[in-house]
Design a protein around this ligand. Structure first.
Ligand code: DC
Length: 227
């Protein structure tokens, strides 16, 4: 029975849980396509900000999807996101864009309009998709589902180290407050809230490093377990 499911590895989890790096490693290791669904919400948020569209205006944000020109190009390590033909990697990484993405992502109509676009990324030999609702809504029949968890304190510490290593200034209390606010919004919205699928394996990465998390997930897939 399980071989009838499309070969999708769904990786969901809160902001800063490391699911993006995990998805990239798993996709590279298994030779699968990659969908960074957060980047799609971030690009939509960027488009709304650029056009001065109120992020809380569901109808107008949804209307932007009628003319939503996005693509990803393979880069050396990461894939590069293009909005209206222009590389927007730097803007997408900014905290402000992530925050705006979390606001446009609350709208049920917007989520509905982005479903087919996201499902279009599934091509042979298969897909690793990361986000908030990959295993629950976008790919409910995914062969493997993981939910990557880490406490907000640990995620804030990791983000702090990343920013400091990049030579940027950061305040750990502010980072923690921002993550907690984003979690609250992503978990408590009525449309596709952030939560583990019933058949997802919840991986607590608080005490594991990325290499250990990746190994755990890969061995689970290689052993062919479905939960
Ligand atoms: O994964 P990320 O931090 O790039 O996502 C940015 C925001 O987009 C996040 O706060 C919530 C939203 N999002 C979502 O609602 N559903 C997804 N599948 C992916 C992201």
């Amino acid at each position: 029975m399980k071989n009838e499911a499309p070969f999708v590895v769904a990786i969901d989890g809160p902001s800063g849980s490391g699911k993006g790096s995990l998805a990239l490693s798993v996709a590279n290791e298994l030779g699968l396509h990659l969908l960074d669904s957060g980047a799609i919400y971030r690009m939509l948020a960027l488009k709304a900000l650029r056009q001065g569209v109120d992020l809380d205006d569901e109808q107008r944000v949804d209307g932007l999807i009628d003319d939503f020109d996005i693509r990803f190009e393979a880069g050396e390590e990461l894939s590069i996101p293009f909005l209206d033909g222009v590389d927007v990697s730097a803007e997408l990484r900014q905290e402000a864009t992530g925050d705006a993405a979390s606001r446009v992502a609350r709208h049920a109509r917007v989520r509905e309009s982005l479903l087919e676009l996201q499902r279009g990324f599934l091509k042979p030999p298969g897909l690793v998709a990361d986000g908030r609702d990959m295993g629950t809504v976008v790919f409910p029949k995914a062969r493997f589902k993981f939910f990557l968890y880490a406490s907000v304190e640990i995620r804030a510490q990791r983000r702090y180290k990343q920013l400091i290593n990049m030579g940027l200034s950061a305040n750990i209390a502010d980072l923690q407050a921002d993550l907690a606010e984003r979690d609250e919004r992503d978990q408590n919205r009525s449309a596709s809230p952030l939560k583990p699928a019933e058949d997802a394996l919840v991986v607590d990465s608080s005490l594991l490093d990325m290499a250990q998390v990746t190994e755990l997930v890969l061995s689970h897939i290689r052993e062919g377990k479905t939960t």
